[in-house]
Design a protein around this ligand. Structure first.
Ligand code: ADP
Ligand code: MG
Length: 539
């Protein structure tokens, strides 16, 4: 190969490979899923191109993925007739990592050598480089419509070579990946093992004569939900969402009326790391199809931030096939679809809340999301409020409606206190008088709760009352209070004077039963808890 050139992997790539090889050994079968998913993406891309460019398929009109095993030479070959790569793309795609934040991400993982790493790396989507889990030599041959056929070759870690293929453009178009398997991975040459791994993927077919057609099924979302089994939904999720864990819940429906589309929405079983920070990067959680042709998954805000954790397939009928990503964003059908997706997701969560055990799992991962929703989503605040759960002096968890159902006759407000843990609040002097008189107090222990109350000051016709603020709202025995006031007037005066730099007012109250005194915020002041949160965040 006269034209052979040698290149170094970008250092992040070498680091990622090291991590993959050291931490993903036990799940090394993921390489096959990654390669098939890449092949499938490549086919989507050329098919998309062919919508507007009739010549795109002229070098090869078949769209398929084939897997070939050669047990004599210990080689596994995956070939697709997708878009292929030019020489420049080959160098870029299989030599660098384009994702922003990669370096920081790698550093976090390298430092934190915990069991969670595997999970983190899995979430990152290790991609092509996972081939080195099973192969010690990898040869990628590829032909793109805009370039000649090239060969990329590497034995991992440090460098790779690229050369023009001396055999000419034998592929027509597409990519062939030859894996020279390591001794410990030879089982992947067995047909059964490969079949196990093959995801039941959308519309791709393997249709070389004599080869077996692996996915004759219609795309899962176009089928009648009655005929799709739970394992089928779960496997489909795992392959399209690149998640090893089964989803927590899903809903599969066909929307008709204002706008027609089919969709499956999934809730993952785990929240991704930094769920609430990611805004600038595509999460690729929403895969958008028009009449079964993949259009895009590059949305920044398909659903509001608080629902950013859902993963969904959407297949619309009312949008022209040749819509571009840019015009799609402004298409009016898209706005209607977004609304329906939000509604359907909330319905699904409402359904999930009927299963106490599953719902607790959900809240552990996404409970904060619902509160952010109740803060930000004016339209759906009422529904979101019904989905919230709080610990209280009465129960481990209660809905607001149940709390209201248990309110005492004369109680007009929903009592709550804020703090950093239930145990802290249980021994808080603020609640003594209330508990002693048989009132139930909600414990708000998440940082987001104070903000939530500001935006959602009530629910079901009842307002919230922070009992750590302002005058005690307990019914008082006027005569007794007056007596106490005259008895302690000197003490109060003395305290008022000596503490004048620190407190606004000192007063007699029936709020306490066993504690001698408590520091209370004014009705419009910040509670001690909120002050601590704000100090921590340096607002
Ligand atoms: P990702 O798929 O998340 O982008 P990968 O590491 O799996 O990351 O792949 C890197 C890039 O290499 C892809 O984005 C794609 O551009 C290119 N690539 C990988 N496999 C193929 C293939 N079979 N055909 C065409 N391009 C490919
Ligand atoms: Mg990939």
């Amino acid at each position: 190969k006269e034209t052979e050139e040698k290149f170094q992997f970008q250092t992040e790539v070498s680091r990622l490979m090291n991590l993959i090889i050291n931490s993903l050994y036990k799940t090394r079968e993921i390489f096959l899923r990654e390669l098939i998913s890449n092949a499938s993406d490549a086919i989507d891309k050329i098919r998309f191109l062919a919508l507007t460019d009739p010549n795109a398929l002229s070098n090869n009109s078949n769209l398929n993925i084939t897997i070939w095993s050669d047990p004599k030479n210990n080689i596994l070959t995956i070939t697709d007739t997708g878009i292929g790569m030019t020489k420049e793309q080959l160098k870029e795609n299989l030599g660098t990592i384009a994702k922003s934040g990669t370096s920081e991400f790698l550093q976090t993982i390298e430092e934190k050598k915990s069991d969670d790493n595997m999970n983190l790396i899995g979430q990152f989507g290790v991609g092509f480089y996972s081939v080195f889990l099973v192969a010690d030599k990898v040869i990628v041959t590829t032909k793109h419509n805009d370039d000649e056929q090239y060969i990329w070759e590497s034995q991992a870690i440090n460098d790779f070579t690229i050369a023009k293929d001396p055999r000419g453009n034998t592929l027509g178009r597409g990519t062939q990946i030859k894996l020279h398997l390591k001794e410990d991975s030879l089982s992947f040459l067995e047909e059964g093992v490969i079949r196990e791994e093959k995801p039941k993927k959308k519309t791709k077919t393997v249709e070389v004569p004599g080869w077996e057609l692996m996915n004759t099924q219609k795309p899962i979302w176009t089928r009648d939900p009655k005929n799709v089994s739970d394992p089928e939904y779960e496997n489909f999720y795992k392959s399209f969402a690149k998640d090893d864990a089964a989803p927590l819940a899903w809903t599969h429906f066909k929307a008709e009326g204002e706008v027609d589309f089919k969709s499956i929405i999934y809730i993952p079983s785990k929240a991704p790391p930094n769920l609430y920070q990611k805004v600038q990067e595509f999460t690729r959680n929403i895969k958008f199809f028009v009449k079964r042709v993949f259009i895009t998954d590059e949305f920044l805000d398909f659903v509001p931030k608080y629902l950013a954790f859902i993963k969904a397939i959407i297949d619309a009928d009312d949008i022209p096939l040749n819509v571009s990503r840019e015009t799609l964003q402004h298409h009016k059908a898209l706005q209607l679809i977004k609304k329906r997706i939000i509604k359907k997701t909330l319905d699904m969560i409402m359904n999930l809340s009927k299963d106490e055990e599953k719902y607790q799992k959900f809240l552990k991962e996404f409970g904060v999301s619902l509160k952010i929703g109740a803060i930000e989503d004016n339209t759906n605040r009422k529904i979101l409020a019904k989905l919230l759960r709080f610990p209280s002096s009465h129960k481990n968890w209660t809905t607001l409606d149940d709390y209201i159902g248990r309110m005492k006759k004369k109680q007009t407000k929903m009592y709550f206190v804020t703090g950093s843990s239930v145990s802290e609040l249980e021994s808080s002097p603020f609640i003594e008088g209330y508990i002693a008189r048989g009132y139930e107090v909600l414990y708000m222990v998440e940082p987001v709760d104070e903000v939530l109350i500001q935006h959602m000051p009530g629910h079901g016709g009842k307002m919230f009352q922070n009992i750590a603020k302002g005058d005690s709202k307990l019914d008082s025995d006027l005569e007794e209070t007056t007596k106490l006031k005259s008895k302690y007037i000197k003490l109060i005066d003395w305290m008022q004077t000596s503490l004048s730099d620190f407190v606004e007012r000192v007063q007699i109250s029936n709020r306490l039963t066993s504690s001698p005194c408590a520091v209370i915020a004014g009705d419009w002041g910040l509670t001690g808890h909120m002050e601590r949160i704000m100090a921590a965040q340096a607002f």
